[in-house]
Design a protein around this ligand. Sequence first.
Ligand code: FES
Ligand SMILES: [Fe+2]
Length: 346
Amino acid sequence: MFVRNSWYIAAWGDELGQAPLARRILGEPVVLFRDKSGKAAAIADRCCHRGTPLSLGEVVESGLQCGYHGMVFDGAGRCVQIPGQDKIPASAFVPAYPVIERDHFIWIWMGEAAKADPARIIDASYHDDAGHWAERHDRLHIAGSYLLMIDNLMDLTHLGYVHRRTIGGNPSQHVNAKMETARTQTGVRFTRWMLNSPPPPTYVKAYGFKGRIDRWQEFEWVAPSNVLQWTGAKDAGTGAYEGNRAGGFQFKVFHGLTPETETSCHYYFATANGWAPENDAASDLFFRESRETFREDKNVVEQQQARLDEFGEDWLVNIVSDGTRVQMRRVLDGMLADERRTMAAE
Ligand code: FES
Ligand SMILES: [Fe+2]
């Protein structure tokens, strides 16, 4: 069950070149392509002639040409050409999805097209702010539900265990971090402080911390499937906690978790170096370390999903550190119920 009336990330803009791109989103096979003017479009990846995936075809002057018998579809899903016949039947079309390319992402709306308001797309403009934030990005396929990945981001006590070789740090420092959680208009946000804590390996490598640090993490889940992270650290006792974060080590991370199926997702992530944006080597190093970190999450979540597939979820127990995660799930359940009610009423 997915929230349908929402913008999801369908691809990074630079993943979509001349060739069509097949991607399953919210359980549906979608094909993305750029028309001859470069504008991105998304239509169902199944030709209305004989059901062949349109992603096997190619982009031609007037749209996407099916690779089987050559019918051509435009970005709105309308058949605009049938080889050897002039008349195009009214039923010759495939579903199309609203698409907007912004901040390096191709956003897609899988719900009712009339409700696709571009103003609801998350502001991720720092991707284009190279003077202040040097951005790198990639994508991972996760054989686990997007919910498990968001759970992971909403409970950072896992850092001390899963990520001890990268961004981890001392497990008890994580468990005892000062934590504040709040509802926002679009989701849930939490802030954590780990004061006077030992710097984790990635922080030492990237910034060269010599002693203990005051470390902060702000995570905002924007329903249903994206998490904006702003994290940093300064030498312990130099005023970060009191509000002076300038001059320290800081970075942003965008986590976009688009459901592929109920038990798999696409993980679009970007890191942005905000401590030394002009230093390409530092941005590259930090990005590589982050990608390694996310692979550690992928490994855990995929194996967790396998157990949940086998045993269900009824026997699971919540502990104190689940607080934010549980709040997130509650908000999401509310959204799903609202959407179901609205659909039933329409
Ligand atoms: S299956 Fe696409 S044109 Fe025949
Ligand atoms: Fe993690």
